[in-house]
Design a binder for this molecule. Structure first.
Ligand code: FAD
Length: 362
């Protein structure tokens, strides 16, 4: 659908990072976009917390400065696999920031740029039409940015028998955690998953896990039992979790289709963020892909490029980072592969730098 043929304002379904990035570009280009989200208030999404240097760079282009939001500076990657620990410098400074702070800044910038926000929960999407719980929305250009959540009519394919699940717990800040974690993003590899740990702007530590469903099932399906078992088996992880107050909430998210890339779309339907490409989360590049896809889709619309043209181009751009991250994820989730990764990073820190660079979106 080219811009000249558009009869109505473009609709962006989902006011997360991808949707807001598209809204900023479209609004600044004079397209008067309407953002639709199910939530009036910005929450604190489970997934995120680590903002790569590439994310920071794209955000600067949109006028958002992560240090000004109080983000924690991160310069090193620390890996834990069995008894082995390795450390490598990041190619450039990254940041730890809560999704609440991040999503709030993006949403404010989208509104300040001229986008309008409407609250509705989409039940289905079809060409030219969003079926909301409150009303039907129509436009020749729809930007699908519902992230992890599929909408009827445009669902992504189901994953196999043992999909990845996400879990998150937020540890209250304090000197002990600060001394352990300051300036680093940590990846703790387990048999069947990993935990990423990074400090946030308020000094708390975001502990985010991606594990196979079977690992959680082995803990009776109870996230708290799973965390206790992992702490019993992995001393460095236990050290981070030590002293966590009992009963801290654990957020969970179901089946995550890691590795999925949208190679095609229907005319008039631009797929963004996790609806365009799902990079394994241990790369810490999902946010960057979300922002990059929002910017690229907005620019494609403004310059009259069709949605299928945009989608094919973005699929090509995503292939290398998603492929590189998928390879590392598959190695990391089994003990032998994880040990090999940590050993390589210890003996040859440049190899970790290369893996980090290959898993960034250009
Ligand atoms: C366990 C885990 C950890 C991760 N950690 C990181 C990390 O540290 N760093 C990183 O860069 N990436 C990380 N990611 C990836 C990152 O979270 C995603 O790639 C990113 O959130 C995608 O942004 P998005 O805008 O596409 O979707 P989302 O952030 O999911 O936003 C979607 C928006 O759509 C709205 N919405 C959804 N459904 C509807 C509906 N039916 N109607 C109306 N509105 C709707 C939601 O309210 C939300 O505002 C992680 C992912 C996982 C699974």
């Amino acid at each position: 659908m080219c811009r000249e043929a558009a009869l109505t304002a473009p609709l962006i379904l989902g006011a997360g990072p991808a949707g807001c990035a598209a809204a900023i570009v479209l609004a600044r280009g004079g397209a008067e976009p309407v953002l639709i989200d199910r939530d009036e208030r910005v929450g604190d999404a489970l997934c995120g917390g680590f903002m790569s240097w590439r994310t920071a760079e794209s955000l600067r282009g949109l006028g958002i400065d992560l240090p000004a939001l109080g983000a924690h500076r991160v310069g090193r990657l620390r890996l834990f696999a069995g008894e082995r620990q390795a450390e490598a410098r990041l190619p450039a400074t990254a940041f730890g920031l809560s999704r609440h702070a991040f999503d709030t800044a993006l949403r404010q910038m989208a509104l300040a740029s001229g986008a309008r926000l409407k609250i509705d929960r989409a039940r289905g999407v079809a060409p030219g039409r969003i079926e909301g719980a409150r009303r039907e929305w129509r436009s020749d250009a729809i930007f699908l940015a519902t992230g992890k959540h599929d909408v009827r009519g445009e669902s992504r394919p189901r994953q196999g028998d043992d999909p990845a699940l996400g879990l998150r717990i937020r540890l209250p800040g304090g000197k002990r955690l600060h001394d352990l974690l300051a300036g680093a993003i940590e990846l703790h590899f387990f048999d069947g998953g990993y935990a990423g740990i990074v400090l946030q702007e308020d000094g708390s530590a975001n502990v985010c896990l991606a594990v196979r469903k079977s690992l959680l099932a082995g803990a009776g399906g109870d996230p708290r039992t799973l965390l206790d078992r992992l702490a019993a088996d992995y001393p460095a992880f236990a050290e981070r979790m030590a002293g966590a107050p009992a009963g801290l909430p654990i957020d969970t998210i179901g089946s995550v289709p890691y590795g999925w890339i949208a190679t095609e779309t229907q005319p008039g339907l631009y797929r963004l963020g996790d609806q365009a490409a799902v990079i394994p989360s241990l790369a810490g590049e999902g946010m960057s892909i979300a922002i990059a896809s929002g910017i690229a889709a907005g620019e494609a619309y403004l310059s009259g490029r069709s949605a299928p043209q945009f989608q094919r181009g973005f699929a090509r751009r995503s292939r290398r980072p998603v492929g590189a991250a998928s390879l590392v994820w598959h190695l990391a989730e089994n003990p032998t592969g994880a040990l090999a990764l940590a050993t390589m990073a210890k003996l040859l820190p440049a190899s970790a730098g290369l893996a980090m660079r290959l898993s960034r979106i250009d």
